[in-house]
Design a protein. Structure first.
Length: 80
């Protein structure tokens, strides 16, 4: 695994941990704010791609219309 892939995986793991801790609705804006508070450089495109990646991996449910999309943590009962 190269350094870029490694840093992306670390970023995704940190985001998933944060979502599990705080719960609720997650938008790219909320991810940006969380990263800003942690001292990281927030980028809307990266935040959006990270949320999509976590949804594709089965950790999050994607909800809402394209212009108001948000993500929530997928629960065990959601997977059944």
């Amino acid at each position: 695994m190269n350094a870029t892939a490694s840093s992306r995986e670390a970023r995704l793991a940190q985001l998933l941990d944060t979502i599990r801790t705080w719960g609720g609705r997650w938008t790219s804006g909320r991810v940006q704010e969380q990263r800003r508070l942690s001292g990281a450089a927030p980028c809307r495109t990266t935040a959006r791609r990270d949320l999509i990646a976590l949804a594709e991996r089965g950790h999050l449910d994607q909800r809402g219309p394209a212009n108001g999309r948000f993500y929530t943590l997928r629960t065990r009962k959601d997977r059944a």
